[in-house]
Design a protein around this ligand. Structure first.
Ligand code: SF4
Ligand code: SF4
Length: 165
C-alpha cells in the first residue's frame, strides 16, 4: 500500500487533464442515476481498500472542524471547547478550524483513530465519493485523487462506467 501511496501524486498529475475534461463533461450531462452509480463504485472500492493500511488522509491533510465537531470532541475529552481549540487547532486562510499539525494528533501508530466515534464530520465523509450530486465537488475530488488511493480508483472506475464524449 505504501508504494501505491507514494506513486499517487505522480499518477494523479498524469491523469489531471483527462480527469478535468471528464468532470467538465459530467457537469454538463450527468447521468440521471449518478447518485446510484457512485454508491455502487464507492462500496466496491471500500470493500477492497482497507483504510487501516493507508491513513494517508489523516497523515497528510486532516479535516476541518465545525463548531459541532469541536463541541462533541471537547466533551469527549471533558475539556472546555476553547481549551481544545488552543491545544489542537488553528484557523486557516479560509477562516476554518484545522489541525495544528499533521499527521493528526489523534492518529495512532497502528493507523487507528483514537476519537473514531466522535471524529469530525469531514473525516466520516472523506473522500466524499458516495455523496449525492458528486459532479458538484469535482475540484475537491481532483485534489483528493492525489491523496487517497480509493478516490483515485473510484474516478478511474467512473470513467469506464460513464463514457462521456
Ligand atoms: S479514505 Fe482514502 S486516504 Fe483515507 S485512509 Fe481511506 S483510502 Fe486512505
Ligand atoms: S480525527 Fe481521526 S479520522 Fe480524523 S484525521 Fe484525525 S485520526 Fe484521522
Amino acid at each position: 500500500m505504501q508504494e501505491q501511496i507514494n506513486e499517487l501524486p505522480q499518477k494523479a498529475s498524469e491523469k489531471l487533464q483527462e480527469n478535468k475534461k471528464f468532470f467538465t463533461r459530467l457537469k454538463r450531462k450527468a447521468p440521471k442515476n449518478l447518485d446510484y452509480i457512485m454508491q455502487e463504485l464507492h462500496e466496491q472500492e471500500f470493500n477492497q481498500t482497507d483504510c487501516l493500511e493507508c491513513a494517508n488522509c489523516c497523515k497528510t491533510t486532516g479535516p476541518l472542524f465545525t463548531n459541532a465537531d469541536i463541541e462533541r470532541i471537547s466533551k469527549h475529552f471533558r475539556m472546555k471547547p476553547q481549551k481544545f481549540i488552543e491545544s489542537f487547532l488553528k484557523v486557516d486562510e479560509d477562516n476554518d478550524y484545522v489541525l495544528q499539525q499533521v499527521p493528526c494528533s489523534f492518529l495512532g501508530s497502528d493507523n487507528y483513530c483514537s476519537i473514531y466515534d466522535v471524529r469530525p464530520k469531514a473525516c466520516r465523509e472523506f473522500p466524499h465519493t458516495d455523496r449525492k450530486k458528486f459532479q458538484q465537488i469535482s475540484q475537491l475530488t481532483l485534489k483528493n485523487i492525489a491523496i487517497c488511493p480509493a478516490a483515485y480508483n473510484i474516478v478511474e472506475a467512473m470513467k469506464k462506467r460513464i463514457p462521456l464524449r
